[in-house]
Write a protein that binds this ligand. Sequence first.
Ligand code: HMG
Ligand code: MG
Length: 305
Amino acid sequence: MNQPPLPPKVKIVEVGPRDGLQNEKEALGADVKVELVERLARAGFVNVEAAAFVSPKWVPQMATSAEVLARIERRPGTIYSALVPNMQGFEAALNGKADEVVVFGAASEAFSQKNINCSIAESIARFEPVAKAAKANGLRLRGSISTAFGCPYQGEVPLDAVGDVVARMRDLGCDEIDIADTIGVSTARKTQAVMLRAAQEFPVTQLAGHFHDTYGQALANIYAAMEVGVAIFHSSVAGLGGCPYAKGATGNVATEDVLYLMQGLGIETGVDLDQVVDAGLFISQQLGRKSISRAGNAIAAKRAG
Ligand code: HMG
Ligand code: MG
């Protein structure tokens, strides 16, 4: 099979302050989150997912989102994103001067019910006013699709179910759509099949791969996704998210590992790996545990001589 060449440049969206910290047992104070977001922006990420305006009863770790957005020193050119499930969340994101709002749905009905307490169709109906308001206020709009590669409740997720939600998110006017492996079950060929199906509905250059690393496949999935033209990936500094001691806990792929891969492949990211390693050491220390980034730990060990 003739593959197109790998992209010369990729965009890495750093999701540690949101996806990572929302899953950490230890809820950190706003001070630490502000410092983490600022360190990451300084390292060169053009997009940092910094907040989620969701019910604090459902996700208490994100309850400080308004404070975080209010206090961070903004770097010109950096996009600070916030998850919003509905208009209440949108209003909070607008007040907080988020640059991008992220509506999040799922490719599996069962996961949609568990995560946002409504069906896929109901979620899209809730996103419609959010999408209109985002456009009216000049904000970027991103759509995120969970369980695109498998669901913890329903198991297999058909390719057409992914295609269908991608089309609905496209029709909402999303600028970018995330195809998420929520439970980290995908493997390389499956990843390509899902991405190619999504790309039938939406330009592949505006699709993002959001891989959790539960089965250790995230880097292989990223490489496989690049082979079919995907050039935007999400990752968490220090592999934040999910405690390594808790059954089934799953973090995002570690940013340091992704950057090390890109560096080796000669693919431009615009991000300084050393500064990300420092940010990873900082946040791991705050959480009182070791980073789970293999590259981050290797670089830190080498530095220590
Ligand atoms: P609900 O209970 O069905 O909604 O929750 P509701 O409209 O009936 O509201 C119930 C209560 O929530 C009310 O408060 C509302 O004010 C409040 P009460 O009167 O009981 O005190 N509420 C809110 N509070 C703050 N901000 C809001 C908001 N909306 C309602 N925006 C809802 C529906 C979606 C709100 C709820 O289910 C929820 O917040 N879920 C959290 C989902 C979440 O954050 N999941 C994690 C992020 S998604 C993810 O991690 C996946 C991703 O990484 C990709 C991947 O890996 O798959 C993106
Ligand atoms: Mg996630």
